[in-house]
Ligand binder design. Structure first.
Ligand SMILES: Nc1nc2c(ncn2[C@@H]2O[C@H](COP(=O)(O)OP(=O)(O)OP(=O)(O)O)[C@@H](O)[C@H]2O)c(=O)[nH]1
Ligand SMILES: [Mg+2]
Ligand SMILES: [Zn+2]
Length: 339
């Protein structure tokens, strides 16, 4: 079980009578059912509307009959605003120790996008980000890009790699130890599934060539799934996200931009927007060449976005709640009438 990522943190959540119950980890998610892996091997579980929202990486307790009993509290949880115009949240992955933010060294390379993923990771709790710069073999000067990423944060872990080359994979082994869970996220076509296959030592995941005209991926992977490296950790492959909108991510964004938030403490006004207020320490740092103007606008954009999405979500939650109350009141009225 330890090989699947089972830890005292999960064990402690079991009530005494549940100690003998089977526990299993969600390794894949389908429309109507989940694939689980536990001590007794693989099994599937049909989804039911009464169950809480479950995602890949979650730990479940089952009854002796194999029915859903309980979802265990997560050590980390990745979520985003539901894609498109949908109001809601989507769970991406749970109980992840390390997030590999994969960016390829071609047209995909984009510091703002890296900051977006870092904010997601910093909000998820207990999941440390590593920036993976893929397709280093197709790039003349990978070090140049590496330095640009490192400039975001001197403590950030950055690795350049050719995902197709098994001889380079040892660069990632520090994060792929037995029982450790690594999630791979990034745009379509950057090489997430290629990396999974090379780490597993066999082709488990489909991969596909990117489009020639704009080097964009073709969204080859469509679902999230967890895979075990023989004698190593677990890899969570995800589909390339067309859109990663943040919601309820205030802390994650502020952690990602710790340089800006610490400068902001020295602004004259407590509510300084760092635009054109007098005594703005952030603007002063930009003037002095100590802070990139790009970085400030990336920070402001992510803060605005997450605040807007959080407000929309809060409204929806309030609406759902009052709707729920209305239904309940209606049903109890009916009951009373019958009596
Ligand atoms: N030269 C080179 N090609 C790579 C590298 N990594 C991936 N590729 C190629 O890039 C293409 C896309 O790789 P995938 O692994 O399918 O990309 P993905 O990130 O899983 O994409 P989605 O599943 O669509 O999100 C494939 O043709 C891979 O062979 C690399 O490091 N070097
Ligand atoms: Mg893929
Ligand atoms: Zn300011």
């Amino acid at each position: 079980m330890a090989q699947l990522g089972w830890r005292p943190f999960f064990q402690q959540q079991l009530r005494l009578e549940q100690w003998d119950y089977p526990v299993a980890r969600v390794i894949a998610q389908h429309r109507n059912r989940l694939d689980l892996l536990g001590e007794a091997g693989e099994r599937s579980l049909d989804l039911h509307p009464d169950m809480p929202e479950i995602t890949v990486g979650d730990w479940l307790v089952l009854s002796p009959e194999g029915k859903f009993e309980k979802l265990l509290e997560r050590q980390s949880l990745f979520r985003r605003k539901a894609a498109g115009s949908k109001v809601g949240e989507q769970l991406i992955a749970a109980n992840v120790d390390t997030l590999f933010v994969v960016t390829s060294l071609n047209d995909d390379f984009n510091l703002n996008r890296i900051e977006r993923y870092l904010s997601l990771a910093n909000e998820a709790g207990a999941a440390a980000p590593v920036i993976i710069l893929s397709k280093a073999d197709l790039c003349d000067d990978p070090e140049l890009f590496c330095r640009q990423v490192q400039a975001l944060d001197s403590l950030l872990l950055v690795v350049t790699i050719n995902c197709l080359d098994a001889d380079e994979i040892h660069k990632l082994s520090p994060w792929c130890k037995t029982g450790d869970t690594v999630a791979l996220m990034g745009s379509s076509g950057v090489g997430k599934s290629t990396l999974v296959n090379t780490l597993l030592g066999k082709a488990v995941q489909f991969t596909g060539a990117i489009r020639e005209d704009d080097s964009k991926g073709r969204h080859v992977t469509t679902g999230r799934s967890l895979h075990r490296i023989p004698g190593g950790g677990l890899l969570l492959d995800t589909p390339g996200m067309r859109e990663l909108q943040l919601a309820d991510c205030d802390a994650g964004v502020n952690t990602t931009f710790a340089d800006i938030t610490s400068l902001a403490e020295r602004c004259r006004f407590g509510n300084c927007q760092h635009d054109s207020e007098p005594g703005c320490a952030v603007q002063k740092a930009i003037d002095r060449g100590e802070l990139e103007a790009r970085r400030l606008s990336s920070y402001q954009k992510l803060m605005r976005e997450q605040a807007f999405n959080s407000a929309t979500l809060a409204e929806k939650r309030a609406r759902d709640k009052s709707f729920g109350k209305m239904i309940k009141a209606h049903l109890s009225d009916k009951k009373n009438q019958k009596r």
